[in-house]
Design a protein around this ligand. Structure first.
Ligand code: PGA
Length: 248
């Protein structure tokens, strides 16, 4: 059976003063009936992992595809693991847009994550223009085929569906639109990897998830959790989302 995962992406936010949010989060959620992950900036991973407790896992927001070498400013998956991370996000749309990462680059990062023993959270999602011109499912299929490695399993890969136009905008797709894409992703993964594997990969929805809309999103078929940006920065908000998922 698939588990559930509430993942927070702090993006380029957070210094040592915000570490108290992790202690508050741990207190707010107790021992929830779902996995909980926070991906802070790389500078906080080590300190956050030291205080996050058993219920909150820590992840990176990106990794380099190589294990080590002359790549100034980059961080490898092995370094994230060494700092205390269990997961890493790869292929977030902000990385794809800001750093020109294509599907092949994202897959290489996912493979590096697996090699370092990390779970890779692979992000896919259409732009507004792609949705408005009826290309959503085709775009998602291309991204899945190119970004998700053949080695994927339920223990090593999570897929996050994040419509680019819903990230940080307060806009969300309708529940029917979320369900359509999640069912499509599930069918795609099952067709490619076999039902035994494709059926075990957690699918997260991301894009303007808040305490007020979390429960209805978690009730949608094939939604196994969320990847949360802005609302993960405050323990009270993210704790409410975690508790909604645990109750779903
Ligand atoms: P948001 O970001 O929750 O602030 O929309 C989601 C994400 O980028 O993962």
């Amino acid at each position: 059976m698939r588990g559930k995962l509430a993942a927070g992406n702090w993006k380029m936010n957070g210094v040592a003063a915000e570490l108290s949010e992790i202690e508050a989060l741990a207190a707010a959620i107790g021992t929830p009936a779902c996995e909980v992950l926070i991906c802070p900036p790389a500078t906080l991973i080590n300190r956050m992992a030291a205080i996050s407790g058993d219920s909150v896992k820590i992840g990176g927001q990106d990794c380099h595809a190589a294990a080590s070498g002359a790549h100034t400013g980059d961080v490898s998956a092995a370094m994230l693991a060494d700092a205390g991370a269990s997961h890493v996000i790869v292929g977030h749309s902000e990385r794809r847009a800001d750093h020109g990462e294509d599907d092949a680059a994202v897959q290489a990062k996912a493979l590096a994550a697996l090699a370092a023993g990390l779970v890779a959270v692979v992000c896919v999602g259409e732009t507004l223009e792609e949705r408005e011109t009826g290309r959503t499912l085709g775009v998602i299929a291309t991204q899945l085929d190119g970004s998700v490695p053949d080695l994927a399993s339920g223990d090593t890969i999570v897929v996050a569906y994040e419509p680019v136009w819903a990230i940080g905008t307060g806009l969300t797709p309708t529940l029917a639109q979320i369900g359509e894409v999640h069912d499509f992703i599930r069918a795609n993964l099952e067709a490619r990897l076999g039902a035994g594997v494709g059926g075990t990969i957690k699918l997260l929805y991301g894009g303007s998830v808040k305490p007020g809309n979390a429960a209805e999103i978690f009730a949608v078929s094939n939604v196994d959790g969320a990847l949360v940006g802005g609302a993960s920065l405050k323990a009270a908000d993210f704790g409410a989302i975690v508790n909604a998922l645990a109750a779903a």
